[in-house]
Ligand binder design. Sequence first.
Ligand SMILES: NC(=O)c1ccc[n+]([C@@H]2O[C@H](COP(=O)([O-])OP(=O)(O)OC[C@H]3O[C@@H](n4cnc5c(N)ncnc54)[C@H](OP(=O)(O)O)[C@@H]3O)[C@@H](O)[C@H]2O)c1
Length: 438
Amino acid sequence: MAEALRVGIAGLGTVGASVARVLRDKGAELTRQCGREIVVTAVSARDRTRDRGVDLSGTQWFDDPIELAEKADIDVFIELIGGDEGAARACVRAALDAGRHVVTANKALLAKHGVALAEVAEKKGVLLNYEAAVAGGIPVIKTMREAMAGNTVTRVFGILNGTCNYILTRMEAEGLTFEACLADAQRLGYAEADPTFDIEGNDTAHKLAILTSLAFGSKIAADDIYLEGISNITQADIRAAAELGYRIKLLGVAQRTESGIEQRVHPTMVPTASVIAQVHGVTNAVAIETDILGELLLSGPGAGGNATASAVVGDIADIAKSRPGFQHGPVFGRPAKELKPYKKAQMRSHAGGYFIRLTVHDRIGVFAAIAKRMADNDISLESIVQHANGTEGGIAQKTVILVTHETTEAAVRKAVDGVTKDGHLTDKPQVIRIERAG
Ligand SMILES: NC(=O)c1ccc[n+]([C@@H]2O[C@H](COP(=O)([O-])OP(=O)(O)OC[C@H]3O[C@@H](n4cnc5c(N)ncnc54)[C@H](OP(=O)(O)O)[C@@H]3O)[C@@H](O)[C@H]2O)c1
């Protein structure tokens, strides 16, 4: 049997401790599958005394993960610390410089420094594997990097944040407010104490940036992503969506258009009958649309210790199975030097259907004024629904819901600005993009 593969794990939190546990509990099975043993020889975390729920006897402890990356007796360095700078970035770079294979689950690091790190890995002839960084346990990186050769991707989109999907699912199923669902998500450990990063879409954007690069061969450009979170979604939107045959999901979407690549994260209406609309709770899903394959949808657990560890262990097993001296495939599906500069499509030129919810004075002429603003901007309407809301503070109000045929973002913004200027609104207008989904 070949020599054992020696692994060092930096970070023993939710994911790191699970990885150590899976490698120990499934050791015999992994040895059979890989033809060699996988042994954890070194670990690092901040607190040496904390019980990690896994037997770490026989492993060398490093207080400094950079020292582990450079000096430990290892073949593979596993980074499970997190963060786009600091210790995580420094130790990944040190491991690559030292010619060690690296496995990481760190989307923030890859979204910011992925291309530079890929260049080092490719120069050194080592692997930089990151399956767990996007959609946790779903094998989407392998699928895009290895199983879709020859396909030209036209669009990739997905539900990439379990916290947001959990909140939206419960809002719809139980008629609860955003705030109540967020509080439950925090109580159940699905959301961080500071949930901003999840609910404002930043976490989805990091994952989308990586998918965009794999899909279109462009350099990662996380800072160029259009971002809108879910905190302003109300029961009125959820109910109106259901009435019109849609469900609201926070989607990350990357799409090739005539003017460049669109990257956007925002609440999105998808047809209730579409496959992605059936993805509930903390589950994630990624849809990949290509010229040869059509639309492929992968769905499954996107976070949590075990699901994420499954992807990390899969990456380690790939390294254990790789033949010595074998030239490894490029990190982002094509050599890092050949990744093209990202050509950004302006959000104003985004084309699609729109849901527009307006709360207006219930008086004569308002509806005609709204219709005129839409017509002036060449927006054709697929449906119009009106409800009287009754009287609030002595003001009679109604809700007007418009669903447009395909139009542009610029036209919708101009029309809604016009309606606002006309002085008919009694509340902020709500605009939600509609995404085509099979
Ligand atoms: N949790 C998930 O479901 C999930 C899913 C997909 C991807 N990920 C990614 O996986 C990575 C790890 O996430 P996690 O949830 O496991 O985080 P976590 O529970 O906060 O664990 C972080 C670990 O890093 C250690 N650490 C922090 N700073 C360190 C330093 N300077 N030197 C050495 N060790 C240090 C901590 O040590 P102490 O324990 O001693 O404090 C802890 O063990 C992140 O990149 C995250 O984005 C997580």
